[in-house]
Design a protein around this ligand. Structure first.
Ligand code: SF4
Ligand code: SF4
Length: 191
């Protein structure tokens, strides 16, 4: 049932608005003077010279997770592109040479101009092959083509930029756990 919100009765001065406008200007002036006298009060960030800190769990630009040998964890199952409401994931599958892995993406592209950063692709992926934790939140380019990120671009990330406790990221080449993960991977224990 709808809730009725009572409207306050305005005084004659409030109905004229003039006094309220002056009161508003005085409040704005006070803030302006205080900021000029003490710039430390300025809540404005010096962006873009000082980039904003983006939290790790912010849904930022995607990356494709890597196996210990550097190949994508993606098995080209199309679940992410099926779940994507913006239809901006384009995958072309091919047969994987490894007998444990049926398919792999020959092509994997995301059109970031169409993407609505909903994260459904990450949730839909059955093998933690795609993530949105790069902290790349500002995307700028002077042509549309640059916003289509391909497989190479999605795989271009460094484990050093991710927390030491992020096991899966650290299993990728260059990561803290790559040596042991690669040994298990090449022996066929872990795929
Ligand atoms: S974040 Fe949403 S819109 Fe963007 S690629 Fe993933 S599913 Fe599609
Ligand atoms: S859901 Fe995961 S494994 Fe399947 S195609 Fe997308 S990224 Fe690859």
């Amino acid at each position: 049932m709808a809730k009725v919100v009572a409207r306050p009765d305005l005084t004659i001065w409030e109905q004229i608005y003039f006094v309220e406008i002056v009161k508003g200007l005085i409040a704005t002036g006070k803030h302006a003077v205080r900021s000029l006298v003490d710039p430390g009060n300025f809540p404005t960030k010096a962006y873009p010279e000082v980039p904003a800190e983006v939290p790790r769990d912010y849904r930022s630009r995607h990356r494709l997770m890597k196996r210990p040998d550097g190949t994508p964890r993606c098995v080209a199952c199309y679940m992410c592109s099926t779940a994507c409401p913006a239809r901006c994931i384009n995958i072309i599958a091919e047969e994987a040479p490894d007998k444990h892995i049926e398919k792999r993406p020959a092509r994997f592209e995301i059109d970031l101009l169409l993407c609505v950063f909903c994260g459904y692709c990450v949730e839909a992926c059955p093998c933690d092959a795609i993530r949105m934790d790069t902290k790349i939140a500002v995307l700028a380019a002077d042509n549309r083509k640059s916003f289509v990120i391909d497989k190479g671009g999605l795989l271009d990330w460094n484990p050093a930029d991710y927390p030491a406790g992020d096991t899966r990221s650290q299993e990728a080449p260059g990561g803290l756990r790559n040596a042991e993960a690669l040994a298990a991977f090449t022996s066929g224990e872990h795929h």
